[in-house]
Structure formats: C-alpha cells, structure tokens
Design a protein around this ligand. Structure first.
Ligand code: PLP
Length: 380
C-alpha cells in the first residue's frame, strides 16, 4: 500500500482533467494562433478554458494570462511589475522561492513574520513607502499551511504605497480556500494547475484590468503581449477542468480532509514524545500537517517512511538535495536543530481514512527506531 501525503508537492490528476485533455493529445492538436479550422478549434478550447478559469478565480477572462506554471506566474508578477515601474519589490520572509528569489535578486525588502507564520503587519508598514512598486504576500504557505492576512496587508499597501500593486501567490490556496473572494484585494494572482488536480507545467497569472506588467517572454505576442509562446492547449484545458471540479467540490473536500488532517495530527502528537506542530492550526489550510520532531533528522525519517510506503517530505524539499533547514521555519523562529526534524504531511482530494491509519501505524515506530539508533534521550 502506498500512502501519498505529499499533495503540497503535487497532486494526482483529477479524472475530469484527464478526460478533458485527451482529445488535445490526439486529434485536436491545432495551434490556437493560426487561422485555419484546426487552429480555430484549439483557440475556442483555450477561450472556453479561459472563461472557466476566470470565473473560478473571480476575474474577467481578459485578465487571465496562461503561464508555464506557478514559478513563471510569480516571476512574471514580481519581475514584470518592477520592470514596468522601476520601483522596489517587497515580500514576506515565508514566500515560496519563486517569489523570494526574484525579490532578493532585485534588491527588494523582505518582511518578517510572527511565530505562527503570519506576516508582521507592523514590519510591513515600516517597509512601505513611495518607492515601493510591488508587494507580494502569499495566500497560503506551502510548508506550514499558514493563511496570510492579505486584505489587511493590501489595505496597508494602499495607504502607505498607493502606487504599488499587490501580488498574491495563491498556488497552495486553491484547493482549500475561496480564492475568488480572498484574492479580490490583489492586483496580481498566481495559480498552478498541478496543485489542484491538474497537469504539471501550466498555471496562470491574473493581471487585473488596468495593471501592467512587462513580459518575461517576448516573441509571438500571445496572451495579449503579456506571455509569448505557443499555448499548452492540453494543459490549459486540463487546468480549467481540474479547477472547476476543485471549486465545485471544495466545501466537501475541506470538511472531509480537514477531519482526516486533525485525526492524523492529533494522533501523531499523542503518540510521539517531543513532537510539536508548527504554526497554529486555526490559521492553516485544511490539508497541511506540519510537525517538528525532536532528536531526529527528517532526511533519515523520510527514507524509512518511503520504505514503508509513505510518501512525505520535510518542511521544504530542496531541488539541489542539500540539507538546508527551511527558510520558513527559520523566519518563524524555530531553532535550527529542531527545524532539521521537520515533517510535512500534506493531504489532498484523494486522501482516505485508510491512508491516515497507515501513517498513524508507521510514523511513531519509525521515529522511535531512529531515536534508538542515535540514542538521543528525548524527555517530555
Ligand atoms: N508557489 C508556491 C506556494 C508553491 O508551493 C509552488 C510549488 O511548490 C510554486 C509557487 C511553484 O509552482 P510550480 O511548481 O507550478 O512552478
């Protein structure tokens, strides 16, 4: 049995998505930028997908810019806004690297967070002035699941930096929150299909009417000059189908999966001495269980869990494979030694009670086994 508890990394494709994509991997292969019948067919499909994505995100169809995923959408927002207006970028210290690295590369300002992972609004206030051109604050965090006070932050930006645009990375929020309403205060909104049952390598940036960003990719002028490159028609159609299904089922999913997450978190906290939860559960999305386990290294735990059929990750998975403690936990003030023992279990639309039972049966024993090996006593 394989228990998949890594939905924050990527999610299984929804059947509605696969079914919608198949014709575009077969007979409907046209390039939507052309003029003949096959091209027109593809363009209609992209236009219909755009309408669906816009409706689900509370945007107008003309405000949706299709991209090659969440990273590109975030880069387009931050780099595109700065390039357009020549002003300073600001973001929170717990942003995904797709926001944090561009902000740092542009010499921007990074604002601290409280111990629960929510942005320090007083520090944000201090970072805002007339020089600021874009402020990026994610809606939900990928490591801990913390939901940010976007409306309050956007109100501060409007008051202190009225020329600035607000960007929100809603990549981890779509499965769990009413993004159409919650992202309304933002001028720019990034989403990624593979985090909500769609295919990998496709996403979107909502660019509100009247807001301008310089394109990252120039060429054929697709997406009204905002993102050149032939459309990923199958991916875009799949994303729309996955998003529609996600939004339609979101209420039921949040309730069902939230209860499973609570059972998993409470069970592990009770069964593992020296284990605490990072963040505050009431301000986290329903799918994330993020733990700090004393006296172990998460890399070793993940290997043991993998052998026993449990797919999980540390707080953050690093593409380089280097064991770096998470920048999110560090920003939240988690001591370095404890951050090395982080475990992120992220549930999603396919998660079952049997998977939670499996995790509860395996993880406490695996932690005990590692502690025996290193013989580090853990006292309660
Ligand atoms: N933003 C957040 C919050 C994410 O969790 C991720 C993916 O892990 C991204 C951006 C990047 O999205 P993508 O994998 O589509 O490039």
């Amino acid at each position: 049995m394989v228990t998949y508890l890594d939905h924050a990394a990527t999610t299984p494709m929804r059947p509605e998505c696969t079914e919608a994509m198949l014709p575009f991997l077969g007979p409907r292969w046209g390039n939507p930028s052309g003029g003949h019948a096959l091209a027109r067919d593809a363009r209609r499909a992209v236009d219909e997908a755009r309408d669906v994505v816009a409706a689900c995100l509370g945007a107008e169809p003309g405000e949706v810019v299709f991209t090659g995923g969440g990273t590109e959408a975030d880069n387009l927002a931050v780099i595109g806004a700065v390039a357009r207006h020549g002003r300073v970028a600001v973001c929170s210290a717990v942003e995904h690297h797709a926001v944090l690295h561009p902000v740092e590369a542009l010499g921007g300002r990074v604002v601290g967070v409280h111990g629960d992972g929510r942005v320090d609004l007083a520090a944000l206030d201090a970072a805002l002035d007339a020089q600021v051109g874009v402020v990026s604050l994610m809606l939900a965090n990928n490591e801990v699941g913390t939901v940010q006070p976007l409306a309050e932050a956007a109100a501060l930006v409007a008051e202190r930096s009225p020329a600035a645009v607000v960007h929100t990375d809603a990549v981890q929020a779509v499965s769990w929150l009413d993004v159409a309403t919650l992202t309304a205060p933002a001028h720019l909104v990034a989403v990624s299909a593979h985090k909500f049952g769609g295919p990998q390598g496709v996403g979107a940036l909502v660019v509100r009417d009247g807001v301008a960003v310089e394109p990252l990719l120039r060429g054929g002028g697709q997406e009204r000059e905002r993102r050149s490159g032939t459309h990923n028609v199958a991916g875009i159609v799949g994303m729309a189908a996955a998003l529609a299904a996600t939004v339609e089922q979101r209420g039921e999913t949040v309730e069902r999966v939230g209860a499973l997450r609570d059972r998993l978190a409470d069970g592990l906290l009770a069964a593992i001495p020296g284990c605490t939860e990072s963040g505050t559960r009431s301000t986290k999305v329903a799918g994330t269980c993020s733990l700090l386990i004393e006296g172990i290294e998460s890399e070793a735990l993940l290997v043991l869990l993998d052998r026993k059929g449990i797919c999980a990750t540390a707080a953050s998975s690093c593409a380089s494979g280097a064991a770096q403690p998470s920048h999110v936990l560090a920003a939240m003030g988690v001591p370095r030694a404890l951050a090395y023992g982080s475990l992120r279990l992220s549930l999603g639309w396919t998660t079952t009670g049997a998977e939670v039972d499996h995790a509860l049966a395996v993880i406490p024993g695996a932690v005990a086994q590692l502690r025996e090996r290193s013989a580090v006593p853990v006292l309660r």
